[in-house]
Design a protein around this ligand. Structure first.
Ligand code: FPP
Length: 254
């Protein structure tokens, strides 16, 4: 087997990197197509997807990314056949159980964002356990978006605001900052780099509020073929982007 291509990759190390995006969000797409292309059942693609996730998580930690959010199951994924939905539910829970100790040792703080009331009690128990176990960790913040939808999050944010009392929110002067306190996880910084694999170029209802100024990076690779090295490539592209946030790069630019 030939070694993986390093074309376009700059080997980044913690410490010598400026402008590593503080928050990277990833739509891990293409598991099914990866498997079908190899004559395998789609479930094998999801299994291989977990390996890719582990590789990317390790690299993100090494590079000093402070927050990583991955889309593990969307509010729309319930439309898939029951067998696949059940498989994804088990896979998520088993991966959390298997990785809990290592996440803890690596100082990763885990949070799960999404609607919890539609999840079964076994998954909820595992989520609560891993969140609690890693709650005092100070390293990378890992957000697992599970039963997550961006529009539903905005609805839940509004419900939170409506049910809050008036001392907490000044309804007449509602600011973005005040609204943001009602997101599923208000702690994480805005998404700076949004990656989607699998060749599709859309957001699919992921982090709609938090990605307002995210740089978008689309990879043709199916998710199981994405890894830490591919993450470095994406960061390298991000570092060359001009980010103006609606303003001008330099005063006087015309
Ligand atoms: C999209 O590919 C992928 C998913 C819906 C599931 C992704 C889940 C994992 C990789 C497991 C992650 C687990 C943890 C704990 C983070 P697709 O099935 O839509 O692929 P296709 O577009 O080729 O059909």
């Amino acid at each position: 087997m030939s070694p993986p291509s390093t074309e376009g990759v700059i080997n980044l190390n913690k410490g010598d990197i400026m402008d590593v995006p503080s928050h990277i969000a990833i739509i891990m797409d293409g598991n099914g197509r990866w498997a079908v292309g190899k004559g395998l059942p789609r479930t094998k693609g999801h299994l291989a997807g977990v390996d890719a996730f582990e590789s990317v998580l390790r690299k993100a930690g090494d590079l000093g990314v402070s927050c990583l959010t991955v889309y593990a199951f969307s509010t729309e994924n319930w439309k898939r056949p029951d067998r696949e939905v059940n498989f994804l539910m088990h896979l998520f829970r088993n991966t959390l159980i298997k990785q809990a100790k290592e996440l803890f040792r690596n100082n990763v703080r885990v949070k799960v964002i999404g609607r919890r009331d539609e999840l079964n009690s076994a998954i909820l128990k595992t989520i609560n356990h891993v969140e609690e176990m890693t709650s005092n960790n100070k390293g990378l913040l890992l957000n697992l978006a599970f039963n997550y939808g961006g529009r539903v999050e905005i609805i839940d944010m509004l419900k939170g605001i409506i049910s809050s009392n008036e001392d907490e929110v000044d309804f007449n002067n509602l600011s973005e900052k005040a609204m943001s306190q009602y997101l599923y996880n208000p702690e994480f910084p805005e998404v700076e780099l949004m990656i989607r694999t699998g060749g599709e170029k859309r957001l699919s209802n992921f982090l709609l509020w938090q990605s307002a100024y995210a740089e978008l990076y689309f990879s043709e690779k199916y998710w199981p073929d994405f890894d830490g090295q591919e993450l470095e490539k994406a960061i390298n592209v991000f570092q060359k982007r001009d980010r103006k946030f609606g303003g001008l790069k330099e005063k006087g630019d015309i």
